[in-house]
Design a protein. Sequence first.
Lengths: 310, 323
Amino acid sequence: MRREAIMASSSALHARRPGVTSGTRSALSAGYRRKRLRRGLGRVGTHAGLLAIAVFSLAPLAWAISSAFKSDTEIMTNLSIIPAHPTLDHFKVVLRESDFGTWFLNSLLVSLGTTFLAILVGSLAGYAMSRWRFRGRGVYGNSLLVIQMFPGVMLAIPMYLLLTRFHLIDTLWALLVTYLTFALAFSVWMLKGYFDGIPREIEEAALIDGTGRLGALRHVIMPLAGPGIVTVAVFSFLLSWNEFFFAYVFLASNDKFTLSLGLYSFIQQFTTQWGNIMAAGTLATVPVLVFFFLLQRSLTRGLVSGATKG
Amino acid sequence: MTSRRQAVQDTIHLENTPAAPAPRRRRVGRRRFGRNAMAYGLILPSLVFLVAIVVYPLGVGLLEGFRYHNRLQPWLTAFNGFDNYVQAWHDNQVWLALRTSFVMVVGIVAFSYAVGLASGLLLNHKFRMRGVYRALILIPWVVPPVVSYISWQWMLNDQSGMVNQVLAKLGVIDSPVLWLANSKLAMVSLIVVGVWSRFPFMMITILAALSSIPDEVNEAAAIDGASRFQTFRHITFPLILPVSVIATLLQAIWTFNDFGLPFVLTGGGPANSTTPLILLSYKEAFQRFNIGYGTSLAIVSMVLMLALGAVYLRMQRREGVYE
């Protein structure tokens, strides 16, 4: 964009140069017009490209959600995204004939628990990483990164054996601690990055006023790291809300299922009743989308600054 | 009062060794520990979780990988040295699964990078609707994967799926295409769905890298008469290359470890043609009850990923973003 502006102004400079005959001037302005046309085409091209990508991104979901509102016969006959005769029947079936409510609550409990603990435990560790150079700091930080690269099965098989031995298999606690461990890596590094950006003088003032280290962290540092905390919260929540593998391995009874697992069990229960399956999928997606759109701005900003900072 | 202030400032200065490259002092001993006791206290809670959820199970898992352990014959459980790995070496399934993992990772990472780069470049100037596009394109990234994979499974269904119905209506195909039931096409479908769910992350990372390039750089290139393509080829791309490499490595690791995509979309079929090593390891351990053998396959996967992970950590350190 800027570059085009510069090019346009340079051609304007040429046009104003004295001694240019009227013929060349009109040729130049034709060139300028061509340039403007090209710029216009470029803008159209940008929108066309982005539109194509957005359609690729959204079409599958739009179609899935619209099917949730179509009757069974309409699903088979009407390919349009907009249902001809919208109905809520599938949603009623899902809410009445399955433990959807329980699954929803389970997911909410695990996700909120993970989010809260990831911020609490992560801010303590992130603060330590940011303000002290203790021995083992590098090893600690690296091992947080390395566990993100572990194949889930490598942990799931032995954890399954251990949880069975300690009678924690098929409980939400098993999921909570597992998700927390994975969320911690992100939380610690992200918050460390934010704490690094907060000048030490600010907490020195608090320390001189007699507040302890923890007090300074809680009352001075944390409020200043707001965007970072939002990013960590969204990330941890999404991680636990969307996780499937560990839930599939650790949970067995229907009333313990999280949403992802419940949805998967739907395929077995409703085999080809796609309307019902899509209604459940829609219900599971709505909270995530609402959350995402509310926080989209600060989330992308947090991710962007986090990515450039490391 | 002044003495107290002085004391507090002293401790602050002692604790906060300057961020500039601290001289490496190995044997500082007890005094240093005392100074850092607070830091150790602060990381303790997270350490407890790390040890309980990662280190301890990892140890148990490493032992399991060297045992014969079948849950249908628990009485036969015994250490068998490297037998599991010898068995894996001669197991055709394992080689097929490795090949599948490789094709999946290369296909998904390469195409999601291409789409992510394209959308990142398109979004990297200011215009109205920019935020809208960015939000819309990010949606696949936040939707629960199980929901997207189930939707795709239905879309690609040969009888009732939207893809075949639309293609038939347009007259492109006469008979239904077996998107998920033909082993070659199932792989293609897997890659398409993988790209769909993974390119938004690529986009946001590349966008971050692009927006950190000062406008002056591009302007200078334009004044020197560089075309758009030349600017990209010789200036923009080299500047985003480090971030690209790191994002690509991370995506490769995550794609390799992705269980949900093949499990929900194809179930690993038809005829194991879409069963990557991760899924095979799971099937051995939990469906065929070969805990020992399944774990040994997981260990193989882990070693492969740690190798990639080592490259990643080295890259990050060289980029100086680490630290």
